[in-house]
Ligand binder design. Structure first.
Ligand SMILES: [Fe+2]
Length: 166
């Protein structure tokens, strides 16, 4: 997916962060996301560390399929119940956590800030839509051919050494 790192396109301008701090991200350009996202750590609903991964199939920036075990089924039911049919837009955020002290707890508040994790989301809460985050444990991210996160390790100095020896 393509992304733009323009804080002015966000009503909050990324100036505010929920504690614990420790994430940076960019909004993907609407309609450009294609592929599969695996949420394998935690998701807003159901709460807790995931027992089975949830796979989201993305086509042109929209979630067209959600697959997995019982937690995926709970998520589908939750979205169906509270989205008013408007929450299939995926292209709202892609953020990388960089806080080595933020623990994995099964709650998005801490998990999405955990070093080397990414979180992505369904739904745009700036459009009064339900917004559901999910965390991926060991992502690899490349931008214009340069890998900036590999298997959960941020490749940008000095962040590349923050979790050495883990
Ligand atoms: Fe989010």
């Amino acid at each position: 997916m393509a992304a733009k790192a323009d804080a002015t396109n966000n009503a909050w301008g990324y100036a505010l962060a929920a504690f614990p701090d420790g994430e940076f991200g960019a909004d993907p350009i609407r309609g450009t996301g294609n592929g599969t996202v695996m949420w394998d750590t935690s998701v807003h609903h159901p709460a807790g560390l995931l027992q089975q991964p949830i796979a989201l199939t993305i086509r042109e920036g929209r979630v067209v399929r959600i697959e997995g075990g019982s937690e995926a089924q709970q998520l589908i039911k939750f979205i169906d119940e509270f989205s008013n049919g408007k929450n299939d837009e995926f292209d709202i955020e892609l953020s990388i956590g960089f806080n080595p002290k933020s623990p994995l707890t099964g709650m998005l508040r801490t998990d999405k800030k955990h070093y080397g994790k990414i979180h992505t989301a369904i739904g745009d809460d700036h459009k009064d839509q339900l917004h559901v985050d999910g965390v991926t444990r060991k992502p690899t991210i490349s931008i214009n051919g340069k890998t900036i996160v590999e298997d959960g390790i941020i490749k940008i100095p000095p962040l590349d050494t923050w979790m050495s020896g883990r």
